[in-house]
Design a protein around this ligand. Structure first.
Ligand code: ATP
Length: 202
């Protein structure tokens, strides 16, 4: 099986930025957010099951899943949320593993925002945490999404804490500095992962 590095970090920490730098090194990415949308695309078993369960009011006019509506529907309903998670989580997991096996690079970066929270660290051989302070998480996310700081702070508090992520990380990438520094850090990690994947496949 292919060597997999799970890339995670809190909201606005720089996961996408770091993942794109690995892609520049020629490494294939498997992105949990992308896969989560793929498994409920029109025509999938995922979308059909959701519509059978919650009704066609969960569809937009163009026949796609109305994600905001679904989120709202299960927000205050623990039982329905569980039903949905039990449907989607195994499908997402299976599709991510399929994409890993299809990947053509020496190792794969799996980008998973809630890697530890959802126990997906069990699917990977090594974990890489993008680390920044909560202050920087807030300022970068506010600037990117034009949302208010309180909203971002609430999301930070709902996620696994910075100290827990750092304690569970095999590797940590510091993203307080400039992109040029990040690039050098990624390059060094890439060399390390090439070596590890070589041992893994030997
Ligand atoms: P989310 O989980 O919220 O989607 P993310 O972890 O994928 O976020 P990014 O989107 O990569 O984070 O980064 C958050 C914002 O910070 C982006 O606007 C990005 O361009 C910017 N950013 C990332 N790293 C740096 C850096 N080293 N210096 C300046 N800006 C940065």
């Amino acid at each position: 099986s292919k060597f997999v590095v799970g890339l995670t970090g809190g909201i606005g920490s720089g996961k996408t930025t770091v993942a794109n730098l690995f892609a520049e090194e020629g490494i294939c990415l498997v992105d949990a957010d992308v896969v989560a949308r793929e498994v409920v695309a029109p025509g999938t078993h995922g979308l059909n099951a959701i519509i059978s369960h919650f009704g066609t009011e969960m569809l937009t006019a163009s026949g796609e899943l109305d994600r905001a509506k679904l989120r709202q529907r299960v927000f205050n309903d623990e039982q329905e949320r569980q039903w949905l998670n039990q449907l989607l989580h195994p499908m997402i997991r299976q599709e991510m593993l399929l994409q890993v096996e299809k990947a053509t690079s020496d190792y794969v970066i799996m980008v998973v925002p809630l890697l530890f929270e959802n126990g997906l660290d069990r699917l990977v051989h090594r974990t890489l945490v993008v680390d920044i302070s909560p202050e920087l998480q807030i300022s970068r996310t506010v600037q990117r999404d034009n949302v208010d700081a309180t909203q971002v702070n609430n999301i930070i508090n709902s996620q696994c804490s910075r100290s827990e992520k750092l304690a569970r990380a095999d590797d940590i990438i510091d993203n307080h500095g400039e992109i040029s520094r990040l690039k050098r850090e990624v390059h060094a990690l890439h060399q390390r992962y090439l070596q590890l994947s070589g041992n893994h496949n030997a």
